[in-house]
Write a protein that binds this ligand. Structure first.
Ligand SMILES: [Cu+2]
Length: 116
């Protein structure tokens, strides 16, 4: 019994804590679920730690990608900025993928609406 308890304790000590795991998205511009009176001028992804973005794109209502200029510097950083392309009214999706500070792949989708 004592041996089992010791084993469980050891297992608990060796199991990594999720809180120390990967860096999550802290916020974005546009914000997820937001409804904008006009198209955004700037795009931003903010993370808890520095991450290396491997994908960042905007998809329109019909699923086509709306290209926007990215910096050539792909260094890991906590804040990723870009000048927004012209986004006509409709429902948009901003997709991103990154390598988090702990080396794990992370990703997400931000949905927002540009009002007519
Ligand atoms: Cu992780």
């Amino acid at each position: 019994m004592a041996r089992t308890m010791r084993r469980l304790l050891l297992l608990a000590l060796l199991t990594p804590l999720p809180a120390l795991a990967h860096s999550d998205l802290r916020g974005s511009q546009p914000a997820d679920g937001s409804s904008l009176a006009a198209g955004p001028t700037e795009l931003r992804l903010s993370f808890q730690e520095r991450v290396q973005l491997t994908l960042w794109r905007i998809l329109g209502p019909d699923g086509t990608e709306q290209p926007f200029p990215r910096t050539r510097d792909l260094a890991p950083r906590a804040e990723h900025l870009a000048r927004a392309p012209e986004l006509p009214p409709g429902e948009w999706r901003m997709e991103w993928r990154a390598i988090s500070a702990d080396g794990h792949p992370i990703g997400g989708t931000i949905r927002f609406t540009v009002q007519p």
